[in-house]
Design a binder for this molecule. Structure first.
Ligand SMILES: O=C[C@H](O)[C@H](O)[C@H](O)COP(=O)(O)O
Length: 241
């Protein structure tokens, strides 16, 4: 029998609290990243102990592989159709529950899964809670074809909104571009503070070659924030209209 790994206590607290939102028979979206990994472990433990059925769709190949290795069955989003709940991590969470995601380059599939769900709940440790989004570089997934032109257009669009800086291509340690599960590249925008997230989202979505950006606006309905002492704080809790 494989022993459960030792998890970061804050992430573990958030993950365990999130497993309590899962009801037998639910159609569930599984997020990506280190906090989602903890959740998948804790969920698999609960499912094994209580023996109930779930239908799960994954936001990444990595999460699908982990979930299956722990005995959870994974179907495609198209096979399930619509989800009751998605549980995922985040790189930043603001007081209105707007998010930056994509630190693990999974934000395209994450956004598709989250918006195909009745509810999206974020799990995170308290280092992710910010007053204003933007300290974490904003990930933007772009098509490899003509990506330098796409970068230039984004840079010009940023300048038009008053942001400086040049989008940085995300690379592996060896120098190769990071590829998303869809085979695209990721540009990271170092903005420091995002004053008008809807305007920025609109600009990015208007650039040819941009597949998806990591701003999740009005998508998350609750955030479970784990603390180092193993307690959790819930932000939100009301479903967004
Ligand atoms: O692309 C990755 C995802 O958006 C993650 O959910 C996000 O980066 C948070 O990951 P972690 O839980 O590892 O901080």
């Amino acid at each position: 029998m494989t022993a459960t790994p030792v998890f970061d206590p804050a992430k573990d607290a958030a993950a365990i609290a999130a497993t309590k939102l899962v009801q037998p028979g639910m159609k569930l979206g599984l997020g990506t990243g280190s906090t989602a990994v903890v959740f998948v472990h804790r969920l698999a433990e609960r499912v094994k102990a209580e023996g109930f059925a779930l239908r799960c769709a994954s936001t990444s190949k990595a999460t699908a592989e982990l979930a299956q290795s722990l005995g959870l069955s994974i179907e495609t989003l198209d096979e399930i159709g619509w989800l009751d709940l998605t549980i995922d991590g985040a790189d930043e969470v603001d007081p209105a529950l707007n998010l930056i995601k994509g630190g693990g380059a999974a934000h395209l599939r994450e956004k598709i899964v989250a918006t195909a769900s009745d509810r999206m709940v974020v799990i995170a440790d308290d280092s992710k809670v910010v007053d204003q989004l933007g300290r974490f570089p904003l990930p933007v997934e772009v098509i490899p074809f003509g990506w330098e032109a796409t970068r230039l257009l984004i840079e010009r669009g940023l300048a038009g909104l008053g942001y400086g800086g040049r989008p940085v291509e995300r690379r592996e340690k060896g120098g190769a571009p990071v590829l998303t599960d869809e085979g695209n590249y990721v540009l990271d925008l170092k903005l420091e503070a995002i004053s008008d997230a809807p305007a920025l989202a609109m600009m990015l979505s208007s650039v040819a070659g941009v597949v998806e950006h990591g701003l999740f606006l009005n998508i998350c309905s609750m955030a479970i924030i784990g603390q180092k002492d193993g307690t959790v704080v819930e932000l939100g809790g009301e479903d967004k209209a």
